[in-house]
Design a protein. Structure first.
Length: 177
């Protein structure tokens, strides 16, 4: 009885709270990744209303992508009462990639003990994805880039988002009592 009340129950409670905190971090990572794609789709896809995308839609986004275009997101650091300043596509992609990587780093730093092997595999795939690799390199290029001859790395990135959401639902979304 002592073991159950002093060890088992507190450990289960601690693990449940940690899993919930991992889930919250995963939701934030997904939000940054989805914000990236949804903001681009608002510019380059006409009449798209849902948060699901086909491979063809994302390839169209990639082909139309111009770093100098503006996304419909205000840059709070540069916006004033008199002047509304929106992120450029270049700035927005950079912002979303850095925030995603920062959240993944925090997840590793604070909750590494609670990260499953499957989750770790997906997080590593995100960090080493063609999207992160190509964009980090291309974002420093002074001109726009023609993506029409590239593989559809935006769709690959979207599929990683879906995998991350599934792992979160399957392994980390639990009720904390």
């Amino acid at each position: 009885m002592f073991y159950v009340t002093q060890v088992y129950v507190p450990n289960n409670r601690k693990e449940a709270v940690a899993r919930k905190n991992v889930s919250v971090r995963l939701e934030q990572i997904v939000r940054y990744m989805r914000d990236n794609i949804s903001s681009l789709s608002k510019i380059y896809l006409e009449n798209h209303k849902s948060d699901t995308y086909t491979e063809e839609e994302l390839f169209n986004v990639l082909c139309k992508l111009r770093f100098s275009d503006n996304v419909k997101v205000l840059d709070a650091a540069r916006t004033t009462r008199e002047n509304l300043v929106h992120f450029t596509v270049r700035e927005w992609i950079r912002e979303c990639i850095y925030k995603t990587e920062d959240e993944i780093d925090k997840l590793y730093r604070y909750y590494s003990f609670y990260i499953s092997e499957e989750l770790m595999r997906i997080l590593e795939k995100i960090l080493h994805s063609n999207y992160h690799s190509f964009m980090r390199t291309l974002l420093v290029a002074p001109n726009d880039v023609d993506f029409s001859q590239c593989t559809n790395f935006l769709f690959e990135y979207y599929m990683l988002i879906c995998e991350l959401e599934n792992v979160n639902k399957k392994d980390y979304l639990i009720d904390v009592k």
